[in-house]
Design a binder for this molecule. Sequence first.
Ligand code: ADP
Ligand code: 5GP
Length: 203
Amino acid sequence: MKRDGVLYIISAPSGAGKTTLCRELIDIFPYLRHSVSYTTRHPRPGEVHGKDYFFISKDEFNRMVEAGEFAEWAEVHGNCYGTSITTLEECRTAGVDLILDIDIQGARQLKLRYQGGVFIFILPPSFEELHRRLNGRSSDSDEVISRRIDAAAGEIRESRWYDYIIVNDQFPRAVEELKSIVIAEQCRTTRVLEAVAELFELE
Ligand code: ADP
Ligand code: 5GP
């Protein structure tokens, strides 16, 4: 059935498992697309321009902000990140479902802008486990890890205004929960009503 694309906005404290879960979700539902953000951060080894992010200069980022090209943007851990309005609009009208892996500040901006967005918050099972996962990932220094743990408490408080909360304790269970949300959202009346009316020639 033809319908507008759905925006799945997913936030989490760093280390909760958001990236791993989003990858798994796209493996399960290959028609889901990862929204490619713009960032002033330098690429990490292996990251590809246009696939992981559009890596742009601070000047170019500021120009896009001034021109009103972002649906949301925020400074996260010292770098700027933003989602372009064009990306969202093109996918919405083409019926493409998008996963937006963005921080809480950005999610808040989209909550005001996109009523039909699905806001999902991923929680770690505990602070201790969050610490273990950040250490285990071994991509950050001790200082960065402790800054991320400090930020986590404030971020977790924000989970209250999201539509769904998933505790990523047992990975397969968290995947099942995420999967269920996607399936349920596709059946939401407001998303399919127009197509149903067309199909059954309803007035
Ligand atoms: P985020 O994107 O939220 O910062 P990642 O997806 O990079 O987090 O996950 C952080 C670390 O935790 C990774 O090493 C990942 O393999 C691991 N991880 C993710 N989910 C689980 C889980 N349910 N149980 C144990 N480890 C996990
Ligand atoms: P990283 O640099 O590790 O890829 O991402 C750091 C943080 O920036 C993550 O919390 C990620 O969700 C967030 N982020 C990535 N893209 C965007 C975006 O377009 N907008 C906002 N607000 N945050 C983003």
